[in-house]
Design a protein around this ligand. Structure first.
Ligand code: SF4
Ligand code: SF4
Length: 371
């Protein structure tokens, strides 16, 4: 990773922290930091992505503004994380998308919806588009099977490839001789930390979600969003098996497995994303990186819109509004797939990688558990 003003600032902050060590029990970052005397750019990238932005070290720090040291570790790490997203993006030129990410996400989503609507209007007779359709294959009478599977499959496979290449770039750049060999135990530890968001627990009392007071709201809203997303993905996977393996095309009854998974996943996504947007609006802005808020709001809005249009489609699928709603929902889903590697969604990938590297260092005996 390249040297920038942000890497210089992160290095300065970590050298002060390494002398102070007051926050060493706060999170995984400090024990990992204490192993290092010097910070190469790869180390900085690793520590920035290991940070869960709980803000505890800002409110506890005697060197935070207005002190002349002006230490603001959560803000510095957030800015550095954004630079790592651009640095590891694949193909490399598309890293530029992270510079005005909020605008790009909003633009691609709008274009995705417009394109899906225009294509549907062009290929379908208006009487088909505005008529009510029922029974197996009703969705394909509005948008043909070949078009739906080509667009959805193509964009999703591309996103998987770009994410895998981004992860490879992150893993190579943050390589460390401190990490032990990969094995089942470090992987299990990392998976536990990822799935429970242990680093947002603040050792049990929670984090500084809004201000100096401790809370677990962000952790629970994030859980609702994350598991909601997984349930929606499971719903799509089950529906794919029903359609292509069993030969039973959508739409399915309300109590069927794909619809139940999708409904509860959609509700989780709406609750989680709305809660996280609310927390961002009401929280103290001092430890936040304000120039990155647009990217945060845009992604949360896109996820919320995906689930809302999915739920609306479920509710109105037996009516004449189904055709237009299906086109809008498909346009949003395609935009989401395309933006997976070029939006803040990548934070989950790199943070998981940082947690795995941290687990390898812990199991090699270098780092004590962070609780
Ligand atoms: S954030 Fe402040 S209090 Fe915490 S270790 Fe760093 S210098 Fe010390
Ligand atoms: S913001 Fe929280 S997770 Fe990040 S370094 Fe500070 S204490 Fe650790």
């Amino acid at each position: 990773m390249q040297e920038t003003e942000t890497t210089e600032e992160a290095r300065r902050a970590l050298e002060i922290c390494n002398a102070c060590r007051y926050c060493e029990g706060f999170c995984a970052v400090f024990p990992a930091m204490e192993l290092r005397r010097e910070f190469a750019t790869g180390d900085l990238s690793y520590l920035a992505n290991l940070c869960h932005n709980c803000k505890g070290c800002y409110y506890a720090c005697q060197y935070a503004p207005p002190h002349e040291f002006g230490l603001n570790l959560p803000q510095t790490f957030a800015q550095l994380r954004a630079e790592t997203y651009a640095e590891y993006a694949w193909p490399k030129p598309l890293g530029a998308v992270f510079q005005r990410n909020g605008t790009v996400v909003a633009l691609i989503t709008t274009l995705g919806i417009a394109l899906a609507l225009i294509l549907t209007v062009l290929i379908q007779d208006p009487t088909v588009l505005y008529a009510a359709h029922e029974g197996p294959g009703a969705f394909y009478r509005v948008i043909p099977w070949w078009l739906m599977t080509t667009l959805a499959g193509g964009t999703f496979l591309y996103a998987l490839l770009a994410l895998a290449m981004g992860f490879r770039n992150f893993w190579r750049d943050t390589g460390s001789s401190l990490a032990g060999p990969a094995g089942a135990r470090p992987v299990a530890t990392a998976l536990h930390d990822i799935l429970t968001l242990r680093n947002l627990g603040g050792g049990g009392h929670g984090c500084n979600d809004r201000d100096e007071a401790f809370s677990t709201q962000r952790r629970w809203f994030h859980h609702a969003m994350f598991y909601g997303f997984l349930l929606c993905f499971a719903s799509t996977s089950v529906a794919t098996v029903y359609d292509h393996v069993i030969g039973h095309p959508a739409p399915y009854p309300f109590w069927s497995l794909p619809v139940q998974l999708g409904t509860w996943g959609g509700v989780g996504l709406v609750v989680g994303t709305a809660g996280l947007i609310w927390l961002k609006v009401v929280s103290d802005q001092a430890p936040a990186a304000r120039n990155l808020l647009g990217a945060d709001y845009a992604l949360l809005g896109l996820l919320c819109l995906t689930s809302l249009t999915g739920l609306l489609l479920l509710g109105l699928r037996g009516t004449g509004a189904m055709g237009v709603l299906l086109a809008i929902h498909l346009g949003i889903v395609l935009s989401l797939f395309l933006l997976l590697p070029y939006s803040k969604m990548v934070h989950g990938l790199y943070r998981s990688g940082a947690l795995l590297r941290h687990a390898l260092e812990r199991h090699a005996g270098h780092v004590p558990p962070a609780d």
